[in-house]
Design a protein around this ligand. Structure first.
Ligand code: 1Q0
Length: 214
């Protein structure tokens, strides 16, 4: 079943992440951010209880988009060129947030950590029993990833919000890629692309010791 025109389709989001990786294993920031924009649209459709999450995600996407459309846009074409440029120009706060509180490197790191959550969540959704609770899959994925970087109050708010998630089958249906079974197949095809983006970023950040940017 094709997605209705204008409706959210997870397929588009996932193909953006697929398009983000080049043959030379560079990550193109344009498609990467398009993928995030799509995820936020989906998140917004789940209800106002998630707006504190989508606001933060949008703020970070906007910071990145302004670099990508700004004066130095050539430097922000790929993740690799951004890291090289910002480091060589002293544009990254390494010890504490001070002169460059919103560097591309630190902003993207927040999205990168959230991508790990997404990877775990979608994998959980794909492999869970039909009657599993989405909120449990989501909480487990969160606790195994992003939670480590969030203070208690955010962890609490996030866990409360997760309880508002629809059932697994309803969730698979609003992804708009066909029946729940078809959605599961699509997730299986798509997840390696998200994992690839995640893996390349993790490796690059580790290499430059950027994984703990304040
Ligand atoms: C479906 C449920 C969505 C659950 C999303 C899990 C993430 C919870 C994160 C809660 C964070 C909220 C607020 C702010 C946090 C910031 O402090 C933190 C650090 O930034 P900073 O500047 O203070 O150092 N920010 C972050 O960690 C970034 C968080 C970005 C979260 C983006 C989540 C986007 C979610 C998309 C929904 C995908 C839906 C599933 C995919 C479709 C499958 C059918």
């Amino acid at each position: 079943m094709a997605a209705a025109a204008g409706a959210f389709s997870l397929r588009e989001v996932l193909s953006a992440f697929q398009a983000a990786v080049t043959e030379r294993r560079e990550v193109l920031l344009g498609p990467y951010l398009r993928g995030w924009r799509g995820l936020v649209r989906f998140l917004n459709s789940l209800g106002a209880i998630f707006s504190f999450i989508s606001k933060d995600a949008v703020a970070k996407i906007q910071i990145m988009e302004s670099y990508c459309g700004g004066e130095r846009q050539e430097e922000y074409r790929t993740l690799q060129s951004m890291v090289a440029y910002e480091l060589a120009s002293g544009l990254v706060d390494i010890q504490r947030r001070s002169e460059h509180p919103d560097s591309g490197c630190r902003t993207l790191l927040r999205l990168h950590r959230a991508l790990r959550w997404l990877q775990l969540f979608l994998e959980g959704l794909r492999t869970a029993q039909e009657d599993s609770k989405t909120s449990t899959i989501c909480t487990d994925s969160y606790n195994a990833s992003l939670a480590a970087y969030h203070p208690w109050v955010i962890r609490k708010a996030a866990t409360v919000a997760f309880c508002a998630l629809p059932s697994r089958n309803a969730f698979l249906e609003i992804m708009n890629v066909g029946t729940p079974e078809e959605a599961v197949v699509m997730l299986g095809d798509a997840l390696p692309h998200i994992s690839s983006v995640y893996g390349i970023t993790e490796e690059l950040y580790a290499q430059h010791k950027l994984l703990n940017l304040p």
